[in-house]
Write a new protein. Sequence first.
Length: 329
Amino acid sequence: MNYRELGSSGLLVSPICLGTMTFGEPVGEADAIKLVHSAIDLGINFIDTANVYEGYKRYLGSPGGTAEELVGKALVRRRDQVVLATKVCAPVGPGPQDRGLSASHILRELDRSLQRLQTDYIDLYIIHWPDKHVPLETTMSAMDQAVRSGKVRYFGASNHNAAQLCEMLWISDQQGGPRVVSSQIPFSLLRREFHNDLPFCQRHSIGVTPYQPLQGGLLTGKYRRGQPLPDASRASEKPQWMWEMDDALFDRLEGIEALASEINVPPAQYALAWALTQTAMSSLVVGAKRIEQVQDAVASTEVEIPAAHFEKIDEIAPPPWQQPDPIRG
Ligand SMILES: NC(=O)c1ccc[n+]([C@@H]2O[C@H](COP(=O)([O-])OP(=O)(O)OC[C@H]3O[C@@H](n4cnc5c(N)ncnc54)[C@H](OP(=O)(O)O)[C@@H]3O)[C@@H](O)[C@H]2O)c1
């Protein structure tokens, strides 16, 4: 495994990070523990969870906690082998203090996460979403307090664009607090709206750790045009979490699958290998239900995308429009 730098943190992380959003349901306790142990045995040293994750049972405002509890159980006696990330912001109840990025909510949720994870420190504490109701200075002071208390080593952002990350860096400089070290954004061959923010992350040593790099399984080749949905797949079990599969989507999927077959690589490995070539990528946050899926993800780190494919990929799944460079063309 070629470990990569996680932004300016000094941490080295595996290029694949195990996502745990489905821990609880459909991934029950025994399978979750096996998945975590297998991932570690395969060289993965980075695990992503959130205070709200509880698998398919999750609804807006539900208490969450299940995924963290299962990760905590899996990491008994293995805690030091992983860089453990969890998140805060999303609603965990109906009350006004049950959500968001106030110091009260952050510090209360941090203690609850530590308890569920059976640890006394979080390596990477992630702001799950921006909260426009709380001044960023307040949130950053809470992160500073969390780091100074020893309960958190580094903090990261998720679902923030470059302008929001820039404001964080600016406030860190002003307040003298810790800097944001990572950015977790939605990013895959099919979803590139944050593509133009990647050079900003590179310039400011913010490690990008994209989520859903397989677009929830769409990029694995298991969904076929005109065919019934495969059993025990996310689309058959939790369609609300999946995109609508129309002809335009299948046109793109089939184009990508044809490129993958040119180099005899399964589509999932191809999609992940492509993502790993993108600017500022530290580690891809991949979800898995079975050990073979983790193995597939790890195998993608050995796949090389031929240079001639990148332009073809951009034709099939275009990046966002970029201002032409008037000097260099
Ligand atoms: N920060 C945020 O706002 C945010 C939001 C969403 C997710 N996340 C994080 O990102 C992680 C990944 O998200 P995700 O699970 O939705 O997306 P994903 O990694 O794109 O998709 C994972 C799903 O694809 C299927 N799959 C994976 N490998 C496969 C393979 N080799 N062959 C066939 N199917 C395969 C599995 O589902 P089935 O087998 O059930 O089909 C698996 O659960 C989450 O666990 C979470 O940690 C963060």
